[in-house]
Design a protein. Structure first.
Lengths: 446, 304
């Protein structure tokens, strides 16, 4: 028997070793949880440090969160690193289309265990959980739910006694009035951010062709060159020709520069995403004018109103080769905290809106702009629950189709191809992607 | 046959005892291995990947030559290849001529040469991203740039990057502006190596400066010009950064080059196999351009 061989000395030695091990554990350095993030300004990095990194690292001693800011080429770096079986513990993908590729190739870890542990399955909107679920397992959590609305310069609208448009006729009548006054109707630009082109494609598909038709097309039941989609693209072409986008200035302005023109009253409206709130400090707060938003107008008879085109700009997942999966899951869980979401809304609006079943409600103490941002987040969640959501290209279209839209839409605007030719090409690429199994199966709208 | 510089008719191995020559190749092995590991592996991998449908993750599937067939059938490929050709042709002519003239003019001045050289060389020392942002925001922008100021004066000037017919030329203008100073400094250094007595003798014989430039200076620095043209062909054919930062290949696909398409295909469409085919074709076209140039140059030298 093992017990018969025990001596006083061996017991003492074993005890000392156990105490030593315990002491070592107590003083062991925390394990690093690495998160590669995209680009962020110094102020944004400071905000993340203040509201996430420091609270997380001081709240426990097992893990230490380290965020590395990798800039605009994050997705390239991730692809190379994950391909080599390395990379960060927390993987920030470009959204579901990207996540699906990584899941298929076994680069991500299933999160089902953590979903139960942290009750994500109860706290996160089912639609969003579904978007991160592949073959019955949860692999990703949406970092932020995004939507697109029609922002407008409220000061300018009040001065001219204009009302926010709710349908196509009102929108075009108002835009024509603006043009006559030398005001560009839509604050728009894509310099350095060419992906902005398909923001308009998504908005038009959802609010002109209608979300039901988009759903059918994404499910392979309706081709993308159907007349409803051709009409949607033709509408954007008509707006371009009328000068709603500001003509060639569109190619010279970045999205933020264009937004600043709206803050100065040189543009009246902006078909922009919820992320635009992060530009308010540098634009509307400087000009002292007021910003407001309204849902995108109903752009055709067949489209319902309101429709909030839904997007997931980024997915949070855990690297399959991570040695600190528990720590990574704790960090992801910290992003779902109401206190964190509200704090970040004040400093970095539109980027940290986790899709919670119970999002933080707009509070009385919030400043006007933060309240607008929180209200939009609230409406986005509400749109999911009431099935009034649309589809954003960067979330629901596979990478190849999404990439074509960026240049293809410009070709339509510049008269190099027709709306029909654009839709034919989108359809050709999409059907191949669908055949290759690269299109996410979507939750039913019924 | 390998020939030494000093005695053109004597084979190199004749200088070496036969035993030493037998093992001489061993000294080349380390450098050769290093070179092969850096160059041969990626080239081999690119060739193999171009025959697959690899997405960058998972296992590649052999698809034969279908990637090549697809890209040759793609109008964007031909637009990009044409743009590469325009870019390269422009770069072996325009900045070359500007730089030669500028270097020749520098030879004429005695005071301030160093200052001018520093000024001309400066753009090469600044990061591409910074220069591109300066041009886009401070010169081309119709809101914050010189273009805006000119428009304010009532001139009908637009942002060249915003027009599909001028976007490529708008990018080339920036790249040429950044490149010609570098060439100038190189040519100026080459001119200064020319024996002054030759030029003085020409002047004594009544030659003008332009005649001295044409008949003495230019022929004397021909190897330098030849080398810089060759390097310019290589560098301009693989252009990527200026295009990607300034236009991302747009508007439409008007300023797309093979480098930007290969990058987008690999990292934005996640089709690494197809992107490898693009890269391979780009390399082949580049090598073809160099081959043609070398052939023409060889014939010209033979005739001379």
């Amino acid at each position: 028997m093992v017990a018969s061989k025990l001596t006083r000395r061996s017991v003492l030695a074993g005890g000392s070793a156990a105490i030593g091990l315990a002491t070592t554990r107590a003083h062991a350095a925390p394990k690093r949880v690495v998160w590669w993030y995209e680009g962020a300004t110094a102020a944004q990095q400071a905000a993340l440090d203040k509201f996430l990194v420091k609270p997380f690292n001081t709240s426990q001693s097992e893990y230490e969160l380290a965020i590395e800011y990798r800039g605009a080429a994050l997705s390239d770096q991730l692809l190379v690193a994950l391909s080599a079986g390395s990379g960060p513990d927390i993987v920030l993908t470009n959204g579901p289309a990207w996540t699906q590729r990584l899941v298929i190739n076994k680069r991500l870890m299933p999160l089902d265990q953590f979903a139960k542990q942290f009750e994500w399955d109860k706290r996160i909107v089912p639609f969003m959980l579904n978007m991160g679920t592949y073959d019955g397992s949860l692999y990703a959590i949406a970092k932020t739910s995004e939507t697109q609305v029609l922002y407008y310069n409220e000061t300018l609208f009040k001065k001219n006694d204009w009302q926010p448009p709710t349908d196509l006729a009102a929108f075009e009548a108002l835009s024509d009035k603006m043009l006559k006054q030398g005001i560009t109707p839509l604050a728009a630009g894509n310099a350095g951010t060419r992906f902005a082109n398909r923001h308009y494609v998504g908005a038009s598909f959802s609010c002109c062709a209608g979300p039901d038709n988009v759903f059918k097309a994404l499910s392979g039941k309706l081709p993308w060159n159907d007349q409803v989609f051709v009409d949607s693209i033709q509408l954007l072409k008509n707006w371009w020709d009328k000068g709603y986008f500001g003509g060639q200035k569109y190619f010279a302005l970045s999205m933020q520069q264009a937004f600043s023109l709206m803050a100065a009253g040189k543009s009246g409206m902006a078909l922009q995403g919820s992320w635009a709130f992060q530009w308010v400090d540098d634009t509307f707060k400087k000009t002292g004018q007021d910003l407001n938003w309204t849902p995108i107008p109903k752009l055709s008879a067949q489209a319902p109103y309101p429709v909030f085109p839904l997007g997931i700009g980024a997915d949070l997942a855990i690297n399959a080769s991570s040695q600190v999966a528990e720590g990574a899951a704790r960090v992801i869980n910290a992003l779902l905290d109401h206190k964190f979401i509200i704090a970040m809304s004040e400093l970095w609006g539109g980027e940290w809106d986790s899709p919670l079943v119970s999002p933080p409600a707009p509070g009385d103490k919030l400043d006007r702009v933060t309240a607008l941002a929180v209200k939009l987040n609230y409406e986005t969640t509400s749109a999911l629950q009431h099935k009034t959501y649309g589809y954003a290209p960067w979330t629901f279209w596979p990478a190849r189709t999404d990439d074509y839209m960026k240049g293809g839409m410009e070709e339509v605007w510049l008269g190099q191809i027709t709306a029909k030719q654009f839709c034919d090409k989108v359809n050709e690429i999409f059907q191949q992607d669908l055949k290759d199994g690269l299109v996410k199966t979507l939750p039913d709208r019924a | 046959m390998a020939k030494s510089d000093g005695n053109a008719d004597v084979p190199a191995q004749a200088y070496m005892p036969s035993d030493e020559y037998r093992f001489a190749w061993l000294f080349v092995v380390p450098a050769l291995l290093l070179s092969l590991s850096v160059v041969a592996f990626p080239v081999g991998a690119t060739i193999l990947l171009s025959l697959t449908d690899w997405s960058g993750l998972g296992s590649p599937r052999f698809v034969g030559l279908s990637n090549f067939a697809a890209l040759f059938a793609e109008p964007r490929f031909w637009t990009a290849a044409g743009n590469n050709l325009i870019y390269t042709t422009t770069f072996v002519t325009v900045p070359m001529i500007i730089a030669l003239v500028a270097a020749a003019l520098l030879m004429l001045i005695k005071i301030g040469r160093t200052f001018y050289q520093v000024v001309f060389f400066l753009p090469v020392t600044i990061a591409t991203i910074i220069l591109a942002q300066v041009w886009r925001g401070m010169i081309y922008s119709p809101v914050t740039g010189i273009v805006a100021w000119l428009q304010g004066l009532g001139l009908n000037v637009g942002n060249p990057l915003a027009d599909p017919s001028t976007a490529l030329f708008g990018v080339m203008l920036v790249d040429i502006w950044h490149w010609w100073g570098y060439l100038t400094v190189i040519y100026f250094a080459a001119f200064r190596q020319v024996d002054v007595s030759l030029i003085e003798a020409a002047f004594v014989d009544g030659a003008s400066y332009s005649a001295a430039f044409r008949y003495i200076l230019l022929p004397m620095i021909r190897p330098t010009i030849f080398f810089m043209i060759l390097m310019t062909v290589i560098w301009s054919f693989r252009v990527f950064d200026w295009i990607y930062i300034l236009t991302e290949g747009g508007p439409g696909f008007s300023s797309e080059v093979l480098g930007t398409i290969a990058y987008k295909t690999a990292f934005q469409q996640m089709s690494v196999g197809r992107a490898s085919a693009y890269s391979l074709v780009m390399s082949m076209l580049g090598m073809l351009a160099i081959g043609i140039y070398l052939r023409v140059q060889y014939k010209a030298e033979k005739q001379a």
